[in-house]
Design a protein around this ligand. Structure first.
Ligand code: SME
Length: 172
């Protein structure tokens, strides 16, 4: 499985309509599961997931993980896209809100989100999914897009299901 996953090629930045994005994601998910099956190394899993989700989410300008490295600190992990902030306190930004609440954060307009961290000022919308392992917040999966409303609730739900399968127990 060295060639990634098979999806119709899309130029970076393409925003399909929601139904087409969800269909593309559901085409990708079984392939992503197959690639990751049997792998247990956390960095290998995060790096490969960041790579394959980057291929899937053409509307994204950033896709990757922030890992919990202290009581209330996240540090950047494997990602694709332009350089991200290295550290994020739980008190700040969309990633911090996800880490604090352990709830999916779907932000259609980051400018309207109090405390949003502008790592890349082209970013207009964001989706952040908690990674909870054995009851502990281990990381967040962050996707950013230069499009307003670049992500949907259905995409967030599907990603939450994937990270629960890969990094945690059902309901974790
Ligand atoms: N915008 C995020 C910070 C992470 S990066 O943009 C890669 C936030 O507000 O949490």
């Amino acid at each position: 499985m060295s060639e990634g996953i098979a999806l119709p090629p899309l130029p970076r930045g393409t925003l399909l309509d929601e139904a087409a994005r969800v269909a593309r994601l559901h085409e990708a998910l079984p392939q992503i599961r197959a690639v990751l099956a049997g792998e247990t190394d956390e960095v290998a899993l995060q790096a490969t997931m960041a790579c394959l989700l980057w291929e899937t989410f053409a509307q994204a300008n950033w896709c990757g993980f922030y890992r919990r490295v202290g009581d209330s600190t996240l540090a950047v992990g494997p990602y694709q896209g332009a350089m991200g902030c290295l550290r994020i306190d739980f008190a700040r930004g969309v990633c911090g809100a996800c880490a604090r609440t352990r709830e999916v954060q779907l932000v259609p307009d980051v400018r309207a989100f109090p405390g949003h961290i502008a790592c890349d000022d082209r970013t207009r919308s964001e989706l952040v999914v908690p990674v909870v392992t054995r009851g502990v917040l281990a990381a967040v999966l962050d996707l950013d897009s230069p499009h307003p409303a670049g992500f949907s609730r259905a995409e967030g739900d599907a990603l939450l299901g994937l990270v629960r399968e890969v990094f945690g127990e059902p309901g974790g």
